[in-house]
Design a protein around this ligand. Structure first.
Ligand code: FAD
Length: 347
């Protein structure tokens, strides 16, 4: 079999690159082995405001311009609701934070998202003595439904192979490569934290930040906006909420832990007072990088091999634009911006 591309990994990165290839009439095959699951467990929020410091997310406006139509198109193609409107109540810890909020609201970038008001708390089950600031015009993608449906779509089109890609079976020739029975022009590795097992790119500084999440059933809570305080509490319907997320820089497994659960329970007790039942507990490793920017580009010597990684904590917003940038680079020799190119690590 002959294809233009092999894609390794079907998280948000691999999915966005596959979509770009389809749009451009290129042929491909995807290998996926469910060894990582960052995209599947992600809360899926997209929000151009950094909630800790009230500063803009890098390049967010531009990423949003591509992301909205990208997910709209996928909703139609997959016949699934994927993109949900969201507002966030950022719970203030102090009067100083209220002041910081108003200062940020004055900046032109934020006027479309941050409402210059302190919203008093009227829900007796929520702890917010200093009130909250509301963020609007943002949303969340149901990333699990997206990945599951896209996988089914690729299987139906004979474009997905459910197996671990074996890097040692690649035979590299001058202008193409052979992998088992497949001849391809290029491979794009979209392996998330799985990149650590890739002998061609395992020196690239993807650090990995494990995140754990709980799904809870809290029938008395009655909150219909996402709360952000010590943890986030995101309503997902039927009195269920996602609660997260932890950041662990040492454990690189995708197994949920008791310690992660305890941390979330402890932090949740500072946000809500109503009773709840834990329904589910998940974990994944975010493919984070030291400089908090994605990593795109070709291998330093094997130009048929490329990487799309480092989406970190913001895969929903980043994936569509990064897939487009990488495609333009590989097919049309468009240079990659210095913040995102893999060349920044090659010296
Ligand atoms: C708890 C948590 C909450 C998050 N919340 C948000 C959020 O609200 N908003 C947001 O934008 N982002 C969020 N993120 C981050 C987001 O999930 C990531 O940025 C994004 O999912 C990374 O996508 P990826 O495709 O690069 O990696 P992954 O999703 O990890 O995908 C990599 C894929 O490659 C496959 N793979 C790896 N090696 C091989 C191999 N050798 N052979 C075959 N297949 C292979 C894996 O099985 C996996 O499916 C969150 C992450 C976590 C963990």
């Amino acid at each position: 079999m002959k294809v233009d591309y092999i894609i390794v990994g079907l998280g948000l990165a691999g999915l966005a690159f596959a979509e770009k290839l389809l749009e451009e009439g290129k042929t491909f095959l995807v290998y996926e082995d469910a060894s990582q699951n960052s995209s599947i467990v992600a809360a899926g929020a997209y929000n151009p405001v950094i909630l800790k410091r009230f500063t803009p997310v890098w390049d967010a406006e531009d990423q949003l311009k591509l992301a909205k139509p990208f997910y709209d198109k996928l909703e139609k193609k997959l016949q699934q609701k994927l993109d949900y409107e969201l507002t966030i109540l950022r719970i203030f810890k102090s009067i100083e934070e209220q002041n910081d909020w108003f200062m940020a609201c004055d900046k032109p970038f934020f006027s479309n998202y941050m409402i210059p008001k302190v919203i008093p708390n009227q829900n007796e089950n929520v702890i917010a003595p200093f009130g909250s600031g509301r963020i609007k015009n943002i949303g969340k993608i149901d990333a699990k439904t997206l990945i599951d449906s896209y996988k089914s779509y690729l299987i139906a089109e004979d474009l997905l192979i459910n197996e671990t890609f074996d890097h040692f079976s690649i035979i590299l020739n001058d202008n193409e490569l052979i992998y088992k029975e497949v001849i391809a022009k290029r491979i794009v590795f979209c392996e998330g934290y799985g990149i650590k097992k890739n002998p061609f790119f395992n020196d690239v500084p993807v650090m990995g930040a494990k995140g754990e999440l709980l799904t809870i059933y809290a029938p008395n809570l009655k909150v219909d906006e996402m709360l952000k305080s010590a943890v986030f509490v995101m309503p997902i319907g039927d009195d269920m909420y996602k609660v997260g997320a932890t950041f662990n820089w040492t454990d690189k497994t995708i197994t949920p832990t008791d310690a992660g659960k305890e941390e979330l329970i402890e932090k949740l007790s500072k946000v809500i007072t109503s009773e709840y039942k834990i329904i589910d507990h998940n974990a994944g490793v975010r493919p984070t990088t030291k400089d908090r920017r994605p990593i795109l580009g070709k291998h330093k010597t094997h130009k048929q091999l490329a990487i799309l990684n480092g989406l970190g904590t913001r895969g929903v917003l980043l994936a569509p634009k990064m897939a487009q940038k990488l495609f333009e680079h590989l097919e049309n020799d468009q240079p990659l911006d210095k913040e995102i190119t893999i060349d920044r690590f090659y010296g």
